[in-house]
Design a protein around this ligand. Structure first.
Ligand SMILES: Cc1cc2nc3c(=O)[nH]c(=O)nc-3n(C[C@H](O)[C@H](O)[C@H](O)COP(=O)(O)OP(=O)(O)OC[C@H]3O[C@@H](n4cnc5c(N)ncnc54)[C@H](O)[C@@H]3O)c2cc1C
Length: 421
């Protein structure tokens, strides 16, 4: 793709989604940093030669993604699907603390406790700065509990794959669809890493809100000073759980908690701040993973209902890992069909279709759009979108490009160099 032949240009042209694959491929050259406005971005280390990053372009999932060929409409809309299940962790604390039914955490814990893997790559809140995230390698139940529940803010799980490669033992990788796509591209280019990943698990993702979104959430809850904050929670401790901030008004004070519903927090604040690249994303359901996990939103939730997750089995390796976790007593599952998946996430199906129109408009105006090979996006655009939504995917994108000034280069790297961290 012309105009995106270096990391710098990928970032400037709004294609970076912050997965950290480039930093894992060359940790000597690139580090991931937090920027307020955009999310996590790759920063060239001092003294690194920018031309040395050209080879990293090939592993960037922001620039290019290859989908498995779609043999029929369901595969075009949802990617490879071998089985669909609904269920929950049998460990009540994992189920309660997890975003949905704690299934991702239960798979992680089963991997560790059965000694099938040496660790699990996961995202958790930073201890020193609870508004930010870090990627960790969990090795115990306490680690898995600490990393449970979704963080609706920027995270770069792929960057930890440099440690996994150096370790050489088997690991599970957990991430968003873009993270798993980045991990797959890295594994494709690196046999040692491929042999070190026993399983990839993707959470569904409608888009990552920026750090600025979390700050707006906190201000909406009436907390003015970030230094008072001890914990920010977006999901979990109930299903879907409340968006909650634990803070101390003075050093001596007992911590207080302010919260709002998940619907308010996501609908009124966070989703307004998803990064541009997420609007151009054609994979919200983890099509490149062995297993992908989301919410079974196909039915209204009862009051105080315990959490359930929806699980899509995409590979034989995923099928084996899921059934081993069930047999070992970590998960309780019930078989569902692809119709349950479609009824649970109709918005994600429509978004995938809309991305076909969005990419057409972006290219026509001169904005870089991700290259999607295979997958038959056009079929989803044609079938899942009403005539009005089709037009909207074209005209709405043009308006958004000008309103959000996407023709101007993203200056995340300059901001980072100016001291954001
Ligand atoms: C930004 C975002 C948008 C989402 N949008 C949707 C949606 O539209 N529809 C839907 O059904 N589900 C969505 N989810 C996923 C959903 O919130 C649950 O994660 C999913 O249902 C799995 O729940 P669980 O209880 O099985 O997982 P848990 O047991 O709670 O485990 C969650 C796992 O996700 C990891 N994780 C948390 N935050 C991040 C992050 N930012 N980046 C990478 N890894 C992370 C954790 O480390 C943990 O391993 C979204 C999640 C995020 C972070």
């Amino acid at each position: 793709m012309r105009g995106t032949d270096s990391l710098q240009k990928i970032v400037e042209r709004h294609l970076c989604m912050g997965c950290g694959a480039c930093a894992a491929a060359r940790p000597d050259l690139v580090a991931m940093v937090d920027t307020q406005r955009y999310g996590r971005r790759p920063l060239l280390k001092a003294g690194a030669d920018p031309s040395a990053t050209r080879s990293l372009v090939k592993i960037c999932p922001g620039r290019e993604i290859h989908f498995a060929p779609a043999r029929h409409y369901d595969e075009a809309a949802w990617g490879p699907v071998l089985e669909v299940w609904e269920g929950h962790a049998l460990d009540p604390e994992l189920r309660f603390r997890g975003s949905s039914g704690g299934v991702v955490s239960a798979l992680a814990l089963h991997g560790i406790e059965s000694a099938a893997v040496a660790g699990v790559v996961q995202v958790t809140a930073r201890h020193d700065q609870p508004l930010l995230n870090e990627t960790v390698i969990s090795r115990s139940r306490a680690d898995v509990l600490a990393a449970s529940a979704s963080r609706y803010s920027p995270a770069s799980p792929c960057e930890k794959l440099a440690d996994v490669r150096a370790d050489g033992r088997q690991h599970i990788f957990v991430g968003k669809p873009c993270d798993v796509a980045g991990a797959q591209r890295l594994m494709h280019a690196d046999d040692r890493l491929r042999n070190s990943i026993a399983l990839t698990v993707s959470i569904f993702c409608a888009g990552t809100p920026s750090q600025a979104a979390t700050r707006e959430l906190i201000r909406a809850l009436g907390i003015d000073d970030d230094a008072q904050i001890e914990e920010v929670r977006y999901r979990g401790r109930g299903w879907p759980g409340r968006m909650a901030v634990r803070y101390r008004s003075t050093a001596e004070a007992i911590p207080e908690i302010e919260s709002m519903t998940y619907e308010q927090g996501w609908g009124e604040i966070l989703q307004k701040h998803t990064q541009w690249r997420c609007r151009m994303c054609a994979d919200h359901v983890g099509e490149h993973a062995d297993l992908s996990v989301g919410d079974p939103w196909y039915r209204p939730l009862g009051e105080h209902e315990a959490g359930e997750s929806l699980i899509v089995v995409r590979t034989e390796r995923g099928r084996r890992a899921l059934s081993a976790a069930v047999e070992a007593g970590y998960l309780s599952l019930q078989r569902r069909s692809i119709a349950t998946l479609a009824a649970s996430q109709p918005n994600l199906e429509r978004t995938k279709g809309a991305v076909f129109g969005r990419c057409l408009t972006a290219r026509a105006i001169g904005v870089a759009a991700p290259l999607y090979r295979g997958g038959a996006l056009h079929r989803v655009w044609w079938r899942a979108l009403s005539p009005v939504a089709k037009v909207q995917s074209l005209i709405g994108t043009a308006k958004r490009i000008f309103r959000k000034r996407i023709l101007l280069p993203e200056r995340a790297l300059d901001l980072a160099a100016d001291g954001e961290s």
